[in-house]
Design a protein around this ligand. Structure first.
Ligand SMILES: CC(C)(COP(=O)(O)OP(=O)(O)OC[C@H]1O[C@@H](n2cnc3c(N)ncnc32)[C@H](O)[C@@H]1OP(=O)(O)O)[C@@H](O)C(=O)NCCC(=O)NCCS
Length: 174
């Protein structure tokens, strides 16, 4: 059964494998940390930064909570929740980031991660979340619409991995 758990040392090698699969397949959406920079001390070295993010203490970053998705001991994907509607959230990264390792695509995991993630957002007291999705990202658009996402508009956006692109902004009411 898929579960969303807080980041933890036990699954850090699974996280690295997940990042490697996304890199090897040149996935440009929701690009994770570079697996080449993850040595054996990577988890403990970066833990403080993620803890600070949860408290809103990282400059330029909205308050963010990071979860890992595991199923029967296997690392499947991740889920990130940003609880503030800052400019960066509204025009770029949205309230939610999520991804599934490439070898597990098409098995319903993305849908389940978002379902459980929306419950977590409710527990954080959120009444709605914004998903920002590249208009070419058909799988994520499908998953979002399955969860009741309502298209607000489409805006121009830019980042290193995706270049200049059109970004769909969807609201999901919780
Ligand atoms: C988006 C993502 C999380 C989906 O994960 P997943 O485990 O494959 O999702 P699911 O199996 O639950 O569902 C995928 C849905 O998209 C549909 N789909 C997949 N590719 C599609 C395509 N090219 N066109 C239309 N629909 C597509 C599937 O048919 C399925 O819909 P269905 O349940 O009605 O059949 C995964 O593709 C991923 O990690 N992508 C890279 C990161 C990313 O894009 N994150 C989101 C950023 S906004």
């Amino acid at each position: 059964m898929l579960q969303l758990i807080k980041r933890c040392h036990e699954y850090s090698s699974g996280y690295k494998e997940y990042c490697q699969e996304l890199y090897d397949n040149n996935v440009i959406y929701f690009r994770p940390a570079n697996p080449n920079h993850m040595d054996e001390n990577w988890f403990s070295r970066t833990k403080g930064w993620y803890d600070k993010k949860e408290k809103g203490l990282v400059e330029g970053q909205p308050i963010s909570f990071h979860y890992w998705a595991v199923d029967d001991g296997k690392f499947i994907g991740e889920f990130q929740l940003r609880t503030e509607f800052s400019e960066k959230v509204m025009l770029d990264i949205g309230s939610i980031g999520y991804a599934v390792r490439v070898s597990e695509w098409g098995k319903g995991y993305g849908t389940e991660i978002l379902r459980q993630g929306l419950e977590i957002a409710k527990e954080h007291g959120m009444e709605k979340v914004l998903l920002t999705i590249n208009e070419k990202n058909a799988a994520s658009i499908r998953v979002c619409e399955k969860h009741g996402g309502k298209l607000e508009d489409t805006i121009e956006a830019h980042n290193e991995a995706e270049g200049h692109y059109l970004l769909r902004r969807y609201w999901i009411t919780l």
